[in-house]
Design a protein around this ligand. Structure first.
Ligand SMILES: [Zn+2]
Length: 203
């Protein structure tokens, strides 16, 4: 599996493009901004975008969706629909222009398996940063959105946030993965499960 990361506006968001060379299938994890480089990568491997997967519904992870509309179905956990519906309440608060409410094509559930060619992508529901927050686990890699960062955890002071719940999500669903699992967070640099068990002072 090929993993490409793109650091995008509005808040240095990490968007990840996963590609399976054998099947030429690709998925984009989070969609902060349209980036031609993503198209370039897809062309380079002759890959087709199969899904756009959202780790959660916060504005900074979805503001590129309308520019990708029609390219692939958009999948998210249902519990974050409030963030989608209220998007134009939040955008002005952060100085961003309103946008058309993006379309979510399908809801994903805890433990659901999505296929990228023969690679399995497992949905792990990790509420706490938002109620619909999920991580995606594929081939020893965890795409954690804003649930866990290198030596930090996602903020819990926004609507739907719950610190005790995020700690429980991480301890029960992330720290039960192998220590050498590479964590690719929604912001900042990558880390591993083993490193976070030793060094994450929030846990
Ligand atoms: Zn967030």
């Amino acid at each position: 599996m090929i993993i490409r990361s793109f650091v995008e506006p509005p808040i240095d968001n990490n968007n990840y493009l996963l590609m399976d060379e054998a099947s030429k299938e690709a998925v984009l994890i989070d969609c902060s901004c349209y980036d031609e480089e993503i198209e370039v990568e897809l062309k380079k491997y002759d890959a087709q975008l199969k899904y756009i997967l959202l780790t959660h519904g916060h504005f900074d992870h979805i503001t590129g969706l309308n520019d990708f509309a029609g390219k692939a179905p958009v999948l998210m956990h249902e519990n974050d629909m409030e963030w989608i519906r209220e998007l134009n309440t939040y955008l002005p608060m952060v100085g961003m222009p309103p946008m058309e409410t993006p379309k979510i094509d399908r809801f994903i559930k805890d433990n659901e398996i999505l296929k990228l060619g023969s690679i399995e992508i497992k949905v792990i529901h990790t509420p706490g940063h938002t109620q619909g927050g999920v991580c995606f686990y594929a081939d020893g890699n965890l795409f954690s959105g804003d649930t866990i960062f290198r030596e930090a955890v996602g903020r819990c002071d926004l609507p739907g946030g719950d610190f005790n719940q995020i700690v429980e999500s991480i301890e029960q669903r992330v720290f039960t993965l192998p220590d050498n699992t590479i964590i690719y967070p929604g912001h900042g640099s990558k880390t591993t499960v083993g490193w976070e068990k030793q060094h994450n002072q929030f846990l």
